[in-house]
Design a protein around this ligand. Structure first.
Ligand code: NDP
Length: 253
């Protein structure tokens, strides 16, 4: 027999995050997955800002110069975005690097540089954006991790550690900020066709793809679709989740 729940569920908040015209900030949004994410939000009618560390800013998007390893630059970039588009309602921490080496050859600098960009960089960005979300009483945080964070990857101890760290960061923030109607989730892509994976040799690509049940790379737009869903009104009750977009590589992990 079904029993009534011991206490009524709290009414769902009206949701300060509206489906369109939100202030969205994407780090590393000048190319690859970040650019696809930024374009997906812009196509849906959001006001999108991207951080751009180097190169030309992408056409048609508001771009702010920012290296996520520099706390001062992150703070200035977020302030610029708030001035242009209003307080950030959706933040996507996407900027990331690899410095692959086997353990014996991995220097402390190789390790800490990857952690500083991928994990601490995400922390710096989210910390800046979350203040406005708390004041507004709502928001969406999405961290771009990797299937390798939970799967592990020989030659990528630094990268996998940084990406696993994002899961702990997201789940802690989900607990800390949930009462403010702020969700925090992780997207964990597998093998995506971008500059990052173009750097691999044919043999490396073939080896990775051999482990992917769907037998192909993801398009960056397929990762963007998951990010956009987690930032949508439909995902209002999802927080602390890790959503794989990996063609089955990690079998749900
Ligand atoms: P790319 O190498 O194509 O793009 C990386 C982006 O991050 C660029 O915009 C780059 O800026 C930016 N970036 C790097 N370091 C910094 C920094 N210190 N400050 C600011 N921006 C920085 O990578 P992808 O698009 O493939 O990857 C995007 C994210 O997705 C990364 O976090 C990556 O780890 C993750 N991912 C990628 C997968 C893949 O198969 N491609 C799989 C799983 C996860 P700049 O142009 O200046 O270099």
């Amino acid at each position: 027999m079904l029993r009534a729940p011991p206490r009524a569920l709290p009414p769902r908040r009206s949701g300060k995050v509206r489906p369109l015209n939100r202030s969205v900030l994407v780090s590393g949004g000048n190319r690859g997955i970040g650019l696809a994410v930024a374009r997906a939000f812009a196509e849906a009618g959001d006001k999108v800002a991207v951080t751009c560390r180097s190169g030309e800013p992408p056409e048609g998007l508001f771009a702010v110069r920012c290296d996520v390893t520099d706390a001062g630059q992150v703070e200035r970039a977020c302030k610029e975005v708030v001035r242009e588009h209003g307080p950030v309602q959706v933040v996507v921490a996407n900027a990331g690097i690899t410095r692959d080496r086997l353990l014996a050859r991995m220097s402390e600098d190789d390790f800490s540089a990857v952690l500083d960009t991928n994990l601490t960089g995400a922390f710096r960005l989210v910390r800046q954006a979350a203040g406005g979300m708390m004041r507004a009483g709502g928001g969406r945080i999405v961290l771009v991790s990797s299937a390798m964070g939970l799967y592990g990857s020989a030659g990528q101890a630094n990268y996998a550690a940084s990406k696993a760290g994002l899961v702990g960061l997201a789940r802690s923030l989900a607990r800390e900020l949930g009462s403010r109607d702020i969700t925090c989730n992780v997207v964990a892509p597998g093998f995506v066709d971008t500059d990052m994976t173009q750097a691999l040799s044919e043999a490396q690509r073939a080896r990775v793809l051999g482990q992917v049940p769907l037998g192909r790379c993801a398009e960056a737009a397929e990762v963007a679709a998951a990010v956009r869903f987690l930032a949508s009104e439909e995902a209002a009750y999802i927080t602390g989740a890790v959503i794989p977009v990996d063609g089955g590589l990690g079998m749900g992990h």
